[in-house]
Design a protein around this ligand. Structure first.
Ligand SMILES: NC(=O)C1=CN([C@@H]2O[C@H](COP(=O)(O)OP(=O)(O)OC[C@H]3O[C@@H](n4cnc5c(N)ncnc54)[C@H](O)[C@@H]3O)[C@@H](O)[C@H]2O)C=CC1
Ligand SMILES: O=C(O)CCC(=O)N[C@@H](CCC(=O)O)C(=O)O
Length: 492
């Protein structure tokens, strides 16, 4: 492992970066696990040009030929599932049970994307007098794909697979925090026999991202990441209506509890919503609404108990922990800082989030009561295991407050009352709305996207097919012929 390692994949060749030295670490043990140099602006340009050059033949080979490569990739992923799950765990700090699930979701993505391609962007033929009407779809061209660190395999894969099936070529810029996962994924695409230039990998930090996002020759950009970066990209794409931009961003997601009989089941769904993946899911519950009554007190007491007992540990612990480390010590400290700011505003700590070990991303989960300072706190996503608690008296006011956010990714109600859910569903604003289920763990077989600051109405997962191709309407006849009835004023 050295900084001169070939970590960029451009036009079918592995090559060393020509930018500055970077590395990636296992955040749980603070060990360097990858080194390289960032892609220079020239290398980003080469990657875009190689994708451009590969586009025509990739778009024009048969769908079957493209599907054969993508299917081979799924087979290779399945064969290498354990190795990939280990790398994801090593680089993110997530426990192995979770990263095994992530690698499995990557395999499943291929069949789901094929189904979505056919259902949403396939060919439709309609008869009409003297002609046929067709709806067909074509790929956009060269697309830039940006991935986040929390699901460094599954989420970029959710753009890459449908983009390739549709016939696009790709320049992939993974998170700078997870370059090793990206490199392993690309090696599998290479082995699957993807023609050179069809997928390119440019590793680097923000400046590499900027060079790619601002490149004149990309036809689109598919982004999963923070709302801040998504907004920057949206501004950058302003005035370019011809380019497709799909933004999957964060949330400040509400979970409301009302009238429930099974307290343990409720606490389970709260924990699974707020703390899974050490709170590093875009769908995680960030705001928890519990009634200010006796039942609410009982739920909270049990939640405190269960939260304090959640196990935290290394990705490879034999007895697997519920939570691993956060992505970095920096991320862990930013959560400690967020908690301190809320306390300074007047919030009350219910369970304190603590940084557990210097030099690592380990934190314990936290619950902070903000009921008295609702009006003052910023509408921000704290991307970690810190949930804000609101005690409420009036269900409608709780829903108003749940909607009092610029985001709109996921939301949920835990309640035994169907009427309450119907009322909640009618009023709540979010792209994912669940009843008596955790608000994390969204299905790849459904659309996945949010409103407001969470997305730009280009839902991913099953609907990713929609942003990977544009529709073409055709009316076609084998011979040109005079219509039986002529338009008034035309004489033959
Ligand atoms: N809605 C969704 O589907 C999901 C959203 N997320 C969100 O992602 C975030 C966590 O991921 P991060 O990696 O921290 O996101 P991030 O926004 O920091 O980075 C995402 C990607 O954008 C690149 N980038 C950053 N600044 C850039 C710029 N100015 N120009 C071009 N590229 C730039 C990064 O290098 C990285 O490749 C959270 O906010 C989370 O909510 C995460 C998973 C799913
Ligand atoms: O993209 C898909 O195939 C489905 C969406 C998905 O996997 N969502 C996960 C992870 C997204 C995140 O929160 O980072 C989830 O909802 O837990």
């Amino acid at each position: 492992m050295s900084h001169t390692d070939p970590v960029q994949f451009i036009n079918g060749q592995w090559q060393a970066g020509l930018g500055h030295a970077v590395s990636s670490s296992n955040p749980a043990r603070n060990e360097v696990i990858w080194q390289g140099k960032t892609a220079s602006t020239d290398q980003v340009n080469d990657a875009v040009l190689s994708a451009r050059q590969a586009f025509e033949s990739w778009a024009n080979i048969s769908l079957e030929a493209r599907v054969a490569v993508v299917t081979k990739f799924a087979e290779l992923l399945a064969e290498n599932k354990d190795a990939l799950a280990t790398t994801i765990a090593l680089e993110t700090g997530k426990p192995k049970w979770e990263t095994t699930g992530e690698a499995g979701a990557m395999v499943a993505k291929v069949a789901i994307s094929l189904k979505a391609y056919n259902e949403r962007t396939g060919t439709v033929e309609n008869p009409m007098p003297g002609a046929k009407a067709f709806i067909r779809h074509k790929p956009h061209g060269v697309v830039a794909i940006f991935g986040p660190y929390n699901f460094p395999g599954h989420l970029p894969n959710g753009h890459i697979v449908p983009a390739l099936i549709a016939g696009n070529t790709i320049v992939f810029k993974p998170s700078e925090l997870t370059p090793r996962v990206a490199q392993e994924m690309l090696k599998l695409w290479e082995q699957a026999g993807l023609p050179k230039g069809v997928i390119n990998l440019v590793q680097g930090e923000v400046e590499t991202g900027k060079a790619l996002a601002s490149h004149k020759l990309i036809d689109g950009l598919f982004f999963t990441g923070s709302s801040n970066t998504g907004h920057i990209l949206h501004e950058q794409f302003a005035g370019q209506p011809g380019k497709i931009l799909a933004l999957e961003m964060g949330g400040n997601n509400p979970l409301v509890v009302k009238d429930v009989s099974d307290i343990d089941a409720v606490v389970h769904d709260i924990v699974q919503s707020a703390f899974v993946t050490t709170g590093q899911r875009c769908t995680c519950a960030r705001r928890l609404f519990i009634e200010a009554n006796e039942q609410g007190d009982a739920i909270l007491a049990r939640l405190i108990e269960v939260t304090k007992n959640l196990t935290i540990g290394y990705y490879d612990d034999e007895e697997q922990p519920f939570m691993g480390s956060m992505i970095s010590e920096k991320a862990a400290l930013s959560l400690v800082d967020a908690q301190a700011k809320l306390l300074a505003f007047g919030a009350t700590s219910v369970v304190e989030l603590k940084h557990l070990e210097v030099g690592t991303g380990f934190v314990s989960p936290g619950i902070i009561d903000v009921s008295d300072i609702i009006a003052d706190i910023p509408d921000e996503e704290y991307f970690g295991p810190l949930v804000k608690l609101y005690r409420y008296n009036d269900f409608d006011k709780a829903i108003d407050e749940a909607n009092n956010t610029g985001f709109g990714l996921s939301a949920g109600l835990l309640s035994d009352s169907e009427d309450s859910y119907n009322h909640f569903f009618t009023r709540i604003r979010a792209g994912i709305v669940n009843w008596n289920k955790p608000i994390t763990g969204a299905s790849s077989a459904a659309p996945f996207g949010g409103i407001g600051a969470s997305g730009n109405h280009r839902a991913s997962a099953f609907y990713a097919a929609d942003y990977c191709a544009y529709p073409i309407a055709s009316v076609e006849a084998e011979k040109v012929s005079l219509p039986a009835t002529l338009t008034p004023g035309i004489k033959f």
